[in-house]
Write a protein that binds this ligand. Structure first.
Ligand SMILES: [Zn+2]
Length: 99
């Protein structure tokens, strides 16, 4: 859980995204030394996950959508829309200081 203070000052939000990766043992053939690769059961791909750090800009407002490009994992033109949700009263409090 991230504190309202972090939402106001900006922070890095860790995200885990499930991805299918090529099997490290047999790659895409699905055949290892044995008949079927024991790691991927012959699919040639394994379920894996990648960790991202989503950077939340300072003074982010309630309802802001943040786009995260996933090009680093080979997904082009895929963006994650993250909706920021902040208690409106806390948002006001945080915005008093600057601007
Ligand atoms: Zn395999």
């Amino acid at each position: 859980m991230h504190s309202p203070k972090e939402a106001i000052e900006g922070c890095l939000f860790p995200l885990t995204v499930p991805v299918a990766e090529l099997c490290p043992r047999c790659s895409k053939t699905g055949f290892g030394e044995d008949f079927f690769c024991p790691i991927c059961s012959g699919y040639g791909r394994i379920q894996s996950e990648r960790k991202f750090s989503l950077s939340i800009p300072p003074r982010v407002k309630h309802g802001t959508k943040i786009r995260l490009s996933m090009e680093d994992i080979g997904l082009r033109n895929v963006y994650l829309n993250v909706m920021v949700s902040i208690d409106p009263s806390l948002e006001e409090k945080g915005l008093k200081g600057g601007e």
